[in-house]
Design a protein around this ligand. Structure first.
Ligand code: DGY
Length: 327
């Protein structure tokens, strides 16, 4: 790896609003250049800014593809993303070029599982709608059938993608006295014993679940698995929640399913695109709760994610073992 004339490695941070802890760690040992944008860096600026750098500290809003790797040049040794998801990175191309990838598994599992449960309850018990009524005069009196929604107790909850986050969601929903937890996953997960979750086929999970939660990473096999046919196989009373990636859903099919009451409601922390344009029907439907991709946005989680991202980059630059290398 080429070091800069200072004898230190050069690292580029793609936004100015990264949590401070990680950036400070990098600064101790590297020459750190930071984008001036507290937002997504315009692509042309990013391509120029990475030229000659040894490490890139990025987020899921940066596309790390061939073009960017070419722009960085042969000195690039590591890309560290402050996310567990890595669908924004051309992993194969990085491998080919010997560029290591650092990511942030585990440290955001609790935060994301908490948000998933929050979104599930917000959607089923209609919290945004109810708050809107309270604020705008719709609350006339306590009323026996007003603002009702299905409870979790006694319900069957289906979790699609039973990795770290899916399992953490299962542990939490079990505490609500659910009747059964089902999961759909490529492989059988021994951890399922802890919650008594049962592995079923995709069709079975769709047909049997009262709540269907998507925690699956976005890979070619999960792209738009929640399509028209999938929504039609769900119960009419089903509530669908997605905290993984918008790309797992055929969003037009979801909009139709919500409009036609093919399913009862949806809670989405992730959409296509992000941010969701203000005129998107999902933002107008009363049976849809949309959050701006805040799954891991617990203060503690973001700080640890930042430090892990920095430690991944530092280890790769020094030829050590990365604490969380994407293999
Ligand atoms: C991730 O890490 O992939 C989340 O989407 C953001 O924290």
């Amino acid at each position: 790896v080429r070091k800069m004339s200072s004898g230190r490695y050069q690292v580029f941070v793609t936004r100015s609003d990264m949590p401070q802890g990680g950036v400070d760690l990098l600064k101790k040992e590297c020459d750190v250049k930071i984008s001036s944008h507290p937002s997504v860096m315009p692509r042309d600026e990013l391509l120029k800014a990475v030229a000659g750098t040894n490490g890139i500290y990025c987020s899921l809003t940066d596309k790390i593809d061939k073009e960017l790797l070419d722009a960085a040049g042969p000195g690039l040794k590591v890309v560290g993303t402050i996310s567990v998801g890595h669908d924004h990175i051309d992993v194969a191309e990085c491998k080919k070029r010997g560029i290591k990838i650092g990511y942030t598994p585990d440290v955001l599992t609790d935060a994301t599982a908490e948000l998933t449960v929050a979104l599930l309850l917000s959607t089923s018990r209609r919290l945004p709608e109810a708050q809107h009524e309270a604020r705008t005069g719709g609350w006339k009196s306590w009323a026996p059938t007003w603002m009702t929604g299905p409870g979790l107790a006694g319900a069957t909850v289906g979790i699609v993608g039973f990795g770290r986050i899916g399992q953490a969601v299962a542990r939490r929903v079990k505490a609500f006295n659910t009747k059964q937890i089902l999961y759909y996953n490529r492989s059988e997960r021994p951890e399922a014993k802890e919650t008594g979750a049962i592995k079923v086929s995709f069709d079975e999970i769709l047909a049997q679940s009262d709540f269907i939660i998507c925690c699956a990473a976005l890979v070619p096999e999960t792209k738009e698995i929640f399509n028209k046919a999938a929504f039609e196989k769900m119960k009419k009373t089903a509530i669908f929640v997605n905290t993984s990636r918008g790309g797992t859903v055929d969003q037009d099919a979801l909009i139709e399913a919500l409009k036609n009451n093919t399913i009862r409601a949806a809670g989405l922390d992730v959409t296509t695109p992000e941010p969701l344009p203000l005129d998107n029907p999902l933002l107008k439907l009363p049976n849809c709760v949309v959050l701006p991709h805040i799954g891991s946005a617990a203060i503690e989680a973001r700080e640890v994610m930042s430090e892990l991202t920095a430690n991944n980059i530092l280890a790769a630059l020094k030829g050590g073992v990365m604490p969380a290398e994407l293999k």
